[in-house]
Design a protein around this ligand. Structure first.
Ligand code: AKG
Length: 295
């Protein structure tokens, strides 16, 4: 769904918002089914947690960076309504998607409680501006239902934390306990927040629960002090080529792919990019359309 302006305004006013029903049902269902190519289904996990002991190593053991084996997952971070929201939030068409992850958590694997923190520590090499100019748009797309029992993210409204200088990114256990809001919602909902917002991961409140989310982050192109992943480093991983072949020029652009009309494109690059990405349609970038065979 197109994210209403009021929801984007809430991110600036409160620091975060939750949009229910963001993903359409088919996109959500396909993405959920594709999760099991990467993670154990909850039934399998809880039948034999020892087999999946790797999830006990750290809170972050269930994190996997983009790309994924399946297009059903790779298309979620370039969902047109997400790119549209990023353009409107960042007030430019020149947007970079700078980080995509999947994150699986299983109750009992480890204690997922965190202290409140601001995410900017590993999203910029400086700090966010307090006047909200040059923001970053960070999101969690919920791929499973998240209730109070399912280790929801807990976020602190900006008016409760403005007194803390932006340069301080961590708090002590218990700070903001009375102010935090649990980010709950049905699968397909999306949390949008800013990197100056105090929030924390929380632990499951019942056994046998699990949580699957896709964090996706955007920034305006050109603010080179912001970012997290370098896409060329991910481009050798399974799923990348198919994702680039399947995407539209607009979707590729958010990864930094050269746009149509860019000086990068010439006969040589058109020919060699086609060799690297079999099946890609480079006609938008100037490649000749294949001749139609005569009957
Ligand atoms: O998993 C969550 O709900 C939040 C995690 C988080 O804020 C973090 O690890 O930085």
């Amino acid at each position: 769904m197109r994210i209403p302006d009021e929801k984007l305004a809430e991110v600036f006013d409160q620091g975060f918002t939750v949009v229910e029903g963001f993903l359409d049902k088919t996109t959500l269902k396909d993405a959920q089914d594709a999760l099991w190519e990467i993670y154990p289904r909850p039934e399998a996990y809880f039948a034999d947690p020892q087999t999946y002991a790797k999830f006990t190593r750290s809170q972050f053991a269930g994190l996997r960076f983009f790309p994924y084996p399946s297009w059903a997952l790779n298309k979620v971070p370039v969902y047109p309504d997400l790119i549209d929201a990023a353009e409107r939030f960042l007030q430019t068409k020149e947007v970079d998607c700078y980080k995509i992850e999947l994150w699986a958590k299983y109750a009992g694997a480890i204690d997922y409680d965190q202290t409140h923190h601001r995410d900017y520590d590993n999203h910029t090499i400086v700090v966010p501006r307090a006047d909200q100019v040059m923001p970053q748009m960070t999101c969690f797309i919920l791929l499973s239902d998240v209730t109070e029992l399912d280790g929801p993210t807990k976020a602190v409204p900006l008016d409760k934390s403005r007194h803390i200088p932006i340069g301080i990114s961590q708090t002590k256990v218990g700070d903001f306990a009375a102010d935090e809001v649990a980010v709950t919602g049905p699968a397909g909902s999306m949390l949008i927040y800013k990197t100056d917002v105090f929030h924390r991961g929380s632990n499951f409140q019942a056994p046998g629960r699990s949580r699957f989310v896709m964090p996706v982050d955007f920034k305006a192109r050109g603010w080179r002090w912001q970012g997290k992943l370098a896409w060329p480093n991910q481009a050798i991983n399974p799923g990348w080529k198919q994702a680039m072949v399947n995407m539209t020029p607009r979707q590729r652009d958010v990864f930094g792919w050269p746009p149509a009309g860019d000086a990068y494109w010439n006969d040589q690059t058109l020919s060699d990019v086609a060799l690297r990405y079999p099946g890609i349609d480079l006609t938008p970038y100037g490649a000749k359309a294949p001749a139609i065979a005569e009957a």
